[in-house]
Design a protein around this ligand. Structure first.
Ligand SMILES: CC(C)(COP(=O)(O)OP(=O)(O)OC[C@H]1O[C@@H](n2cnc3c(N)ncnc32)[C@H](O)[C@@H]1OP(=O)(O)O)[C@@H](O)C(=O)NCCC(=O)NCCS
Length: 163
């Protein structure tokens, strides 16, 4: 009798050797529009945090990614989350959620402050992200304010997003 083997997906910090695989995954997940997003403008000046960026790996293949970056919102240090992507063949199985929560917990463990992102509230709200505190935040390009979400804000956040 044959038994289906459920392969394990593990999360680990991103390493430089993952770069090409992640690029392929992001192209696959977002298509050519990925470079015109306002989040991409943020990532042009933000400092990448490899220690807070994670790959989901299954049978040696990168099937998911979440990246975090150092930013300031006005004078306040914060993190910026994105991109988040899961391979289309591995979606709807909780992997995106695992990546978002793992990155948040890793940031908490280091005593980091709020995490900002631009994304769909109906998805990210379940992980504690909300547009409530973000009305005063200015991003480097036009964006629907309902998509500007933050986690662990201690109150309303104000000012430009900068390096
Ligand atoms: C968004 C994404 C990372 C989710 O990955 P995933 O592994 O499928 O996520 P999870 O399994 O944790 O969550 C799935 C649930 O979220 C819901 N969901 C997924 N994307 C959603 C969205 N944009 N808005 C609202 N709900 C969403 C699914 O319907 C599913 O709901 P259910 O639990 O009621 O069945 C994945 O769809 C993806 O890579 N999309 C393309 C890239 C992208 O849009 N990234 C986010 C940028 S802001």
């Amino acid at each position: 009798m044959l038994h289906a083997v459920q392969s394990e997906v593990s999360l680990r910090p991103e390493t430089p050797g993952d770069a090409a695989h992640i690029e392929a995954l992001l192209d696959h997940a977002f298509g050519p529009g990925r470079f015109v997003k306002v989040s991409e403008r943020v990532r042009e000046f933000a400092r990448f945090r490899p220690d807070l960026s994670f790959c989901a790996v299954e049978a040696g293949k990168v099937v998911g990614v979440v990246r975090l970056w150092d930013i300031h919102i006005g004078a306040t240090p914060a993190l910026f989350l994105g991109p988040l992507a899961v391979h289309s063949g591995r979606r709807l199985d909780g992997l995106g959620g695992r990546l978002v929560q793992h990155a948040g917990e890793a940031a908490d463990a280091l005593g980091e402050g709020p995490i900002l992102l631009v994304g769909d509230a109906p998805y990210f709200e379940r992980f504690g992200y909300s547009a409530d505190p973000t009305g005063g935040i200015r991003l480097p390009g036009p964006v629907d304010p309902r998509r500007v979400l933050a986690r662990r804000a201690s109150g309303p956040m104000e000012g430009p997003v900068r390096a």
